[in-house]
Design a protein around this ligand. Structure first.
Ligand code: ZN
Length: 193
């Protein structure tokens, strides 16, 4: 398992609800926490490790020894209130940061890795993390939420990732979109059907 970067096609994929929580899924989740901490992130969505599953992991402290670990399976956000603009970054666009307007407070319903229902009212940073990660599950990157002039400022950095991706693709170092989608279908058969 590894973190994929823009413009990998799985980052544009709308993930499917998980209907099966088993030992394999638990192992996936703990590996995702591992990768998130290694990369110094606070959240990591399944799309970002090339899996088409509606789940993400988060720890607002970004440190195994601190904060609290959350697993959100099939999250649904509602009751977004207030607005706040703050800089965001993403493990799938390392080193790129830009301002994004998000709801200041949200309500989220989901399931934990123990299968128990989660119902939380979240504010500020944690609300932002949950909105950013839930966007990933819908195939949306934070850059797509940025206003035009902010996006233009980081466009050259985004293009560097695109050029690198295209060159790897041309050299046959990474699978093409058709192969990626075939892999995703296999994962869906395991956990979503
Ligand atoms: Zn992200």
């Amino acid at each position: 398992m590894e973190i994929i970067t823009h413009p990998h096609p799985t980052l544009k994929y709308k993930s499917k609800p998980v209907i099966r929580i088993n030992a394999e899924l638990k192992a996936i989740v703990s590996e995702m926490f591992e990768l998130m901490y290694e990369a110094k992130g606070v959240g990591l969505a399944a799309n970002q490790v090339n899996l088409p599953l509606r789940l993400f992991v988060a720890n607002p402290a970004g440190d195994r020894e601190e904060g609290e670990e959350f697993v959100f399976i099939n999250p649904v956000i509602s009751k977004g209130t207030g607005n706040e603009v703050a800089d965001e970054g993403c493990l799938s666009l390392p080193g790129v940061y830009g301002p994004v307007n998000r709801s200041k407070s949200i309500h989220v319903e989901a399931f934990g890795i123990d299968g128990k229902a989660i119902s939380l009212d979240l504010d500020d940073f944690m609300a932002r993390v949950v909105q950013h990660e839930t966007d990933h599950l819908d195939g949306v990157m934070f850059t797509e939420r940025m206003v035009e002039h902010s996006l233009q400022a980081i466009q050259p950095e985004i293009e560097d990732f695109e050029i690198e991706y295209q060159s790897k693709l041309a050299d046959g170092l990474i699978p093409d979109e058709t192969s990626v989608h075939a892999q995703l279908a296999e994962w869906e058969a395991k956990f979503c059907q």
